[in-house]
Design a protein around this ligand. Structure first.
Ligand code: SAM
Ligand code: SF4
Length: 356
């Protein structure tokens, strides 16, 4: 049976300070910001490179890749994971770029999974290499995987990812199932005029294979800056399309979480979820933090500031100093991004560089 971390949601502590001028961060207790949000979820990007070029994420020619010495070593990732675990983090997501193109991925997974039995460790991948890696990753301790797929039509998948790789992705999905991954989730970014006619097809796929499909709103984090509000398909619209074909019943959340999740009313396997990151941001209950592949700490996906953990790691900072850096950064976490506000400023880096 799958076990899930109890720290999944956000517990708010009663903290009151102004996030712009908050005074010193707490030196002990849970990782908390001035709004009382307790951070318990860390997304670790293990590489910036990718074997796809999704139009909503990367340019066709790729990006200036980091050098081998720029990205965190396995030992550095291990050290940070241990630190965050000691500070109360129980949810770890391994991401990228494309995590499966990092040769040491199984070792990274093994080290994170061995931090304790109470962890919820998952990975987000485009699935192309899962055919080969599903088994070693399962053996390393990983149990949950999310595969990104935005179209079930070969020509459209190719158009959206700039690679003719739908069959490889499908083989990867199947390999994850065979290896024993549970759940197998599918992330689908819905873009107006591109793939907004496929919601029901994805729901059918979920029912046929017991997958958990999550529809995600398109966010202004594409490298080519071609995001427009008019291309965002509201989660409610995707939900209405699925519900018209397959009646849905809400699944009670295990705590505050961005996705509204539904099961099929007729008892079919699989589930459907909707993540309204743009139309209904979940900043008020956000418990997430990120470390980029070169060791920059980010307290918000849309943060304009990063905090250099790699420099600290490489200048022989002890754990107390690393902890101080993390607590200070989190203490300054803003109430939320301003996608829906005229003051919104895009972060300089796009999704694959941040670690989605
Ligand atoms: N390469 C892996 C993958 O595609 O799953 C992991 C990294 S990718 C950056 C993580 C997630 O971010 C994917 O599910 C992807 O669809 C999503 N993503 C990328 N750009 C996005 C955007 N502009 N808006 C919404 N989601 C995006
Ligand atoms: Fe690569 Fe993932 Fe970005 Fe697509 S979304 S280009 S698979 S990092």
């Amino acid at each position: 049976m799958r076990t899930r971390s109890r720290s999944r949601g956000v517990s708010h502590m009663s903290v009151s300070a102004d996030w712009r001028n908050p005074g010193p961060a707490p030196t002990e207790g849970p990782l908390v910001d001035t709004l009382g949000r307790v951070a318990g979820d860390l997304r670790i990007s293990v590489i910036d490179k990718c074997n796809l070029r999704c139009t909503y994420c990367m340019p066709a020619e790729g990006l200036p890749w980091l050098g081998r010495d720029d990205i965190l070593t396995v030992d550095e990732i291990d050290r940070l994971a241990r630190l965050f675990h000691r500070l109360g983090v129980r949810e770890f997501k391994i991401t990228g770029g494309e995590p499966t193109v990092r040769r040491e991925l199984p070792e990274i997974v093994r080290r994170i999974c061995s931090l304790g039995p109470d962890l919820d460790v998952s990975m987000t991948t485009n699935g192309l290499l899962l055919n080969r890696l599903a088994e070693p990753l399962y053996a390393a301790g990983l149990r949950r995987v999310t595969v990104s797929c935005d179209s079930l039509l070969r020509h459209r998948y190719q158009e959206m990812t700039r690679r003719d790789a739908l069959e490889r992705m499908r083989a990867g999905l199947a390999a994850a199932r065979v290896a024993g991954f549970d759940p197998v989730k599918i992330n689908c970014v819905v873009i107006r005029g591109t793939n907004d006619d496929e919601a029901v097809d994805f729901a059918r796929l979920a029912r046929e294979h017991g997958y958990d499909v999550r529809f995600i709103e398109y966010m202004p984090l594409d490298a080519e800056q071609s995001w427009e509000r008019g291309k965002v398909v509201p989660a409610d619209e995707s939900m209405a399309a699925v519900a018209a074909a397959y009646p849905l019943e809400p699944v009670a959340a295990e705590g505050p979480q961005p996705a509204s999740v539904f099961r099929f009313a007729d008892g079919a396997p699989g589930s459907i979820g909707f993540i309204p990151s743009v139309t209904r941001p979940f900043c008020a209950s956000c418990n997430r933090m990120r470390v980029t592949s070169e060791g920059q700490f980010r307290v918000c996906l849309f943060a304009l500031e990063e905090h250099d953990l790699r420099a600290a790691l490489r200048s022989d900072a002890d754990d107390a100093e690393l902890e101080r850096l993390v607590r200070e950064a989190l203490w300054h976490k803003w109430p939320g991004h301003k996608i829906n506000h005229p003051d919104f400023v895009r972060p300089a880096r796009s999704m694959s560089m941040i670690g989605g």
